[in-house]
Design a protein around this ligand. Structure first.
Ligand code: DX5
Length: 228
């Protein structure tokens, strides 16, 4: 078993005020998040349309914390370079969108970004077992991608554990990220299953005590689950 990877609390800006994204990024950084996730959606792989590279580039100068682009797009090969140029240090490619996934992930690293691979709920871990050596992180989706505010799919927890076990078996030190429905009542299950990077959108923005409290509370719950 490799050394446990540190807990990271990473917001999705999907619920943020899109008319003030620069200020929203500053508020997230001040709230203590570890980095920011941009849910990039092309309206084809998922039924929603969100952030182009220019939008992210316009926010880059406002904060120093890393940006990750969750590429929910049908053509990651075409778009990867533009999101790296926009200032994203991590690119998450969906296994379902790249017929030549091994080459696509290798190219992300060649572009100077950290490659990660995502699995939709129905996609088996076997789909990524031959590319784990190319990535720094695996994202196990705990909702069907496209929208925030959905219910957590708890049946993904054994899949999180399977990814963690496969990485350990290959002697790889990987982050395992979960995304969708993560909040005070679900984060412990995800961490206990083996996730260490927790994406949260709605849970952060609906906290009546504000972003800072929400981030601290989720981090405390994740660390407590890790320690139990
Ligand atoms: C789905 C999105 C959401 C978002 C987080 O495509 O990726 O999972 O990031 O949404 P919440 O935290 O509101 O479930």
């Amino acid at each position: 078993m490799t050394e446990p990877r540190p807990i990271s609390i990473v917001p999705s800006v999907l619920p943020a005020d899109f008319s003030r994204l620069g200020e929203e990024c500053v508020a997230l950084a001040e709230a203590g998040v570890d980095r920011i996730q941009w849910d990039v959606m092309d309206g084809r792989f998922v039924p929603n349309l969100t952030f182009g590279p220019d939008v992210i580039a316009s926010c880059r100068k406002h904060v120093d914390i890393p940006f990750e682009a969750h590429l929910m797009v049908l053509d990651p090969d075409e778009l990867a370079g533009r999101y790296v140029d926009a200032g994203c240090e991590i690119l998450i490619v969906h296994a379902e969108t790249a017929p030549h996934l091994h080459r696509t992930l290798a190219r992300v690293r060649e572009l100077g970004a950290s490659p990660a691979v995502a699995l939709n709920p129905a996609t088996p871990v076997a789909a990524v077992q031959h590319v784990l050596d190319l990535v720094d992180m695996v994202l196990v989706m705990t909702v069907n991608p496209g929208f925030g505010g959905q219910d957590y799919i708890a049946t993904m927890e054994p899949k999180v554990a399977e990814v963690r076990a496969l990485a350990d078996a290959q002697g790889l030190t990987l982050d395992v990220e979960v995304d969708g429905g993560i909040g005070p009542s679900t984060i412990a299950g995800a961490v206990t299953a083996g996730a260490n990077v927790l994406i949260a959108g709605s849970a952060l923005y609906r906290d009546p005590e504000g972003l800072g409290h929400a981030v601290s509370d989720l981090r405390a719950r994740a660390e407590a689950a890790r320690a139990s």
